[in-house]
Ligand binder design. Structure first.
Ligand code: GLA
Length: 555
């Protein structure tokens, strides 16, 4: 149903077409769908709708990579202090996450955790040993946030310990509500939920993690304390197809692969292990699912191994660039008390961190592969016309790699280029930028140019807030993984959610944060993989308070 097209010719030019919309009254989904009247008209695109910021990926440190299951209060205090003294906290790192090993599987008669009092002593007057709220208070006292860890099954990964004896029953199954309430009561801000026990029992992760998401929501409601949800199922069951907004989570991350490297603990067994650059690249590749990464939901390619044995300074910079371009959670695995100056500088590079934390919340996508092992990755940033661009050379020889503006969704007109590692402006370029990239290295730049045209499709309904479904048909795009701006209104004080199905693909759940009474916009990336205008995007509101979706604009 191609209607009309018009150019507005002001550099922010839109071609307008109108999609179909289907109305369905609240509470009457079983009743026949009533088709809205489809009127067609031309209207100025809502280029002015304010962009609504979405939660950025989490930044912090995790105990696993450098301390395995010997983690205790002393280690956590030292790492928390180092997060401040290294300047990492100032750069934006905030979570101090306690991974496996803090609890050895014992519960009291009421099912409450029994904690090793020696490992987790009192830290201040009036505190009791064996109470995890002690370490939380310590971390909070430094202005940081605290993370904790459990397993979705009855057992946890301590069944297969990296160091020390086997511990059984180190999981939360059968105690979800009790355990997540306890984490919130202790004051934790973040919880990672592993899958060793779930895997052993052959549980369905989509079911278990949804139940855990609901237990977290209940704990949050009971305590008023938010708990950020991190799923760790290693990508075995395609969590990107079910993990966004699982159990109603307003923001969450899900692992997309196994561990880059098993823990490297100095002076302990396996202390000679090395992280490897191919391992970093492999986890990066497995973490690319841009259709699921939007509005506060993120693929997690694992804690970083930047600064750990096995990687050179140059490889550490590439690793950091890969995590930043993919908007991955930035959880450092290295021992913060022994960081080299080069590692510290890599981890705290503000221009690189800004790429990762950009308020659009989108994952970088590979936009071209100009030669064997040569790749151009582009991440759209919140400022119109801005892209973070990674020129990645996986080949054995140095090579020139060119990023073309047309591949980035930018007009062929003057755009400036800034190198985020050398902190130098490279100048202005009219249609592309080329750099020589060493073998197994990368160059990361910010390109500031002009957006190419968006096509806008409007839902034609007066009473959109009563609708549950909004469909946009006959949508076309130049890119197989298209950028889509969704203009909507959510005048409530809580995020609304809708399921979006693009073409025949598995649906993803999109968050629509409050906008106030005037429309706002969030961005997603959608696989518009049908030729011409054969693409269909269908939104179905979740719950009664769906967002009023007014239009989409596609690049
Ligand atoms: C799994 C996870 C790791 C870590 C360990 C703890 O391997 O993938 O990140 O949490 O368990 O045993």
């Amino acid at each position: 149903m191609t209607i009309k097209q018009k150019s507005f010719g002001d550099g922010d030019e839109y071609m307008l077409r109108f999609g179909t919309s289907i109305l369905l009254s609240v509470g009457a989904r079983a009743a026949a769908l009533s088709l809205a009247v489809c009127a067609f008209a031309l209207a100025q695109a809502h280029s002015g709708a304010k962009r609504i910021a979405v939660p950025p990926p989490p930044m912090g440190w995790s105990s696993w990579n450098s301390f395995s299951n010997i983690v205790d209060s002393q280690i956590i205090q030292e790492q928390a202090r180092a997060m401040i003294s290294t300047g990492m906290a100032k750069a934006g790192y905030q979570y101090v996450n306690i991974d496996e090993g803090w609890w050895l599987g014992e519960r009291d008669a009421d099912g409450h955790f029994v904690i090793d009092a020696k490992a987790w002593p009192a830290l201040a007057a009036g505190e009791h040993a064996g109470d995890m709220s002690n370490i939380v208070r310590y971390i909070h006292g430094l202005g940081l946030k605290a993370g904790i860890y459990t397993d979705a099954g009855k057992d946890g990964c301590s069944l297969y310990p990296d160091l020390g004896p086997v511990h059984e029953h180190v999981g939360s199954e059968g105690h979800y509500e009790q355990d997540f309430l306890q984490f919130a009561q202790w004051g934790f801000d973040y919880v990672k939920v592993d899958w060793c026990g779930g895997d052993k029992e052959k549980l369905d992760p989509a079911v278990q993690y949804a139940e855990i998401g609901r237990a977290i929501a209940k704990a949050e409601a009971a305590t008023g304390h938010p708990l950020y949800f991190s799923l760790c199922e290693w990508g075995n069951n395609s969590p990107w197809t079910w993990a966004p907004n699982i159990g109603g989570a307003p923001a969450d991350v899900w692992r997309t692969s196994g561990d880059i490297v098993a823990p490297i603990v100095p002076h302990r067994e396996h202390s000679g292990r090395l992280a490897s650059f191919p391992g970093v690249l492999s986890n990066f590749d497995q973490g690319i699912h841009p259709e699921a990464e939007h509005t506060g939901f993120y693929n997690d390619p694992d804690m970083m191994v930047v600064g750990m044995p096995g990687l050179t300074d140059a490889q550490n910079r590439v690793h950091m660039s890969l995590w930043a371009i993919s908007a991955a959670p930035l959880l450092v695995g290295a021992d913060l008390t022994t960081l080299s100056e080069a590692t510290r500088a890599t981890l705290t590079n503000a221009e690189v961190l800004a790429v990762d934390q950009d308020a659009l919340g989108l994952q970088g996508v590979k936009v071209s592969s100009p030669g064997d092992g040569l790749e151009v990755w582009s991440k759209a940033l919140a400022a119109p016309g801005e892209r973070a661009v990674l020129l990645l050379n996986r080949s054995g020889d140095a090579a020139q790699i060119t990023a073309k503006w047309s591949d980035l969704g930018l007009e062929d007109s003057s755009a400036t280029v800034r190198d985020v590692w050398s902190h130098k402006d490279a100048g202005a370029f009219s249609s592309s930028y080329s750099a020589t990239v060493a073998s197994n290295d990368a160059v990361m730049v910010i390109v500031r140019g002009h957006e190419s045209k968006l096509r806008e499709y409007r839902a034609l309904r007066a009473d959109m807030d009563k609708s549950r479904e909004t469909d946009f048909a006959q949508v076309s795009s130049h890119a197989a993984m298209a950028r889509v701006r969704i203009t909507y209104t959510n005048s409530s004080s809580a995020p609304a959610y809708a399921e979006l199905r693009t073409n025949g693909h598995i649906a993803t759940r999109v968050a629509f944060p409050p906008t106030g009474n005037t429309p706002g916009a969030v961005w997603i990336q959608a696989p518009l993989d049908r030729a011409g205008d054969g693409n269909v995007l269908g939104f179905v509101a979740i719950g009664d308070a769906g967002p009023a979706i007014e239009s989409i604009a596609v690049q």
